[in-house]
Write a protein that binds this ligand. Structure first.
Ligand SMILES: Nc1ncnc2c1ncn2[C@@H]1O[C@H](COP(=O)(O)OP(=O)(O)OP(=O)(O)O)[C@@H](O)[C@H]1O
Length: 380
């Protein structure tokens, strides 16, 4: 798949922008703060209806305006569709395909698939467990857009349940009994939506694992494919359960077992919101967590390997995702720059941003645009 044309209106620093793009490699070159990332962020937005840099839409709308528009002509299997999303912070976003409005913007998910490599990726390995959970869930939604609904249902249930736990924990007598009996309904919702998310995450980690080993071997000097490992560590003993029905039962049983703890603390202690994707490095007899132990270079290699593994998995699904390499080459030494460039140069579309042209490896020297002063000009 590739984006053939991108139009922005009041998105980030761009009042109006029109850029023609093509398959192969395209590099956006410009000094810091000129709007290179803003441009690729807009394409990524079409893929996930979110940004890899911020968690809300407000910063994506040009300061002083209240609506942004991202429109792209997307070519997939030789057919072109025009996708458009209208960002309305504080109100519902709207989406259109070939000018026809979609009932919900969320229905746009899954059409454009991107994999973004960026300096922020270091948080995948060094950040909190929530960063790794988000990594898994974003990939899940790219592959199975329906799971966006499951994830937001789960978040909603969690919020309601937490507020009920707080109320029940503070109440006494019949008020407490009443709150606890209502809790039963939310336990069931939590177990049902939680199990669906958990089932999908467990399957994803199993599918991703072989790609991770291979990717780490490629990006880390002297590594073998057994060095990098990932394991899903649930907040409860799953007792070998992997399917939804068994996971629902496990979640319900654990929620009951921890009832008094939850009431004391006023929060939900069991469920996929407490799980961790454990990343480790080393040989079978000496395995260490990446977080807190790995060197800077190893951490970077691991983060790159996670992205490459996602790319390979999406590719194995049968559709070549758009690759976005945002400011990553400046972080890598020459050998790894070339390695990464060689690995991705066969992708249908690779979009690269860099402050200086010399940072872009030869293998990705395709079309070049200069970004500066609010303009994006082709450099022929
Ligand atoms: N909502 C917004 N409204 C107006 N300007 C914005 C908005 N969001 C970001 N900007 C501006 O966009 C610029 C940042 O652009 P961007 O992040 O694309 O830079 P870049 O070219 O990728 O730079 P670097 O090489 O440093 O990563 C900043 O000058 C910032 O002030």
């Amino acid at each position: 798949m590739h984006v053939a044309h991108l139009t922005l209106h009041d998105f980030r620093s761009y009042a109006d922008l029109d850029v023609a793009l093509g398959p192969g490699a395209t590099a956006f070159i410009g000094r810091n703060g000129q709007g290179k990332t803003n441009l690729v962020e807009a394409i990524d937005y079409l893929s996930r209806l979110g940004s890899h840099r911020v968690s809300s839409d407000a910063p994506l709308v040009r300061a002083g305006t209240d609506q942004a528009i991202v429109r792209a002509a997307v070519v997939k299997d030789g057919r072109t569709a025009t996708l458009e999303v209208e960002l309305n912070p504080g109100r519902s976003n709207r989406a259109r395909i070939n000018r026809s409005p979609l009932p919900k913007a969320r229905e746009l998910l899954g059409i454009v698939r991107t994999v973004v490599f960026s300096p922020e990726d270091l948080t995948l390995v060094k950040g909190d467990p929530s960063d790794r959970r988000r990594f898994l869930d974003d990939l899940l939604v790219l592959r199975t857009p329906r799971l966006a609904g499951v994830r937001s249902d789960y978040d909603r249930v969690l919020k309601q349940r937490n507020s009920l736990l707080k109320t029940a924990g503070l109440a006494r007598g019949s008020a407490r009994d009443g709150a606890i009996s209502t809790l039963g309904v939310w336990d069931a919702h939590l177990a049902r939506t939680g199990a669906e998310l958990l089932e999908a995450r467990l399957a994803l980690v199993d599918q991703l694992r072989p790609y991770l080993g291979k990717a780490y071997e490629t990006v880390a000097r002297g590594a073998t494919r057994d060095d990098a490992e990932m394991d899903y560590v649930a907040s409860l003993d799953l007792a070998g359960a992997t399917d939804r029905a068994a996971l629902t039962d496990r979640l319900l049983a654990e929620v009951e077992a921890r009832r008094s703890d939850e009431l004391d603390r006023g929060i939900s202690l069991v469920g996929p919101h407490r799980d961790e994707l454990r990343l480790t490095l080393g040989s079978a007899d000496a395995r260490l967590p990446v977080r807190g132990y790995a060197s800077h270079g190893e951490s970077w290699s691991f983060a790159l390997a996670l992205r490459l593994a996602s790319y390979d998995l999406l590719r194995a699904d049968g559709d070549d995702p758009i690759l976005i390499l945002d400011d990553v080459f400046a972080e890598l030494d020459t050998e790894r720059r070339h390695q990464l460039a060689d690995l991705v140069s066969g992708a249908e579309q690779v979009l690269v941003t860099a402050a200086v042209a010399a940072d872009v490896p030869e293998a990705l020297a395709g079309v070049r645009y200069l970004v500066g002063g609010g303009e994006v000009v082709r450099d022929d």
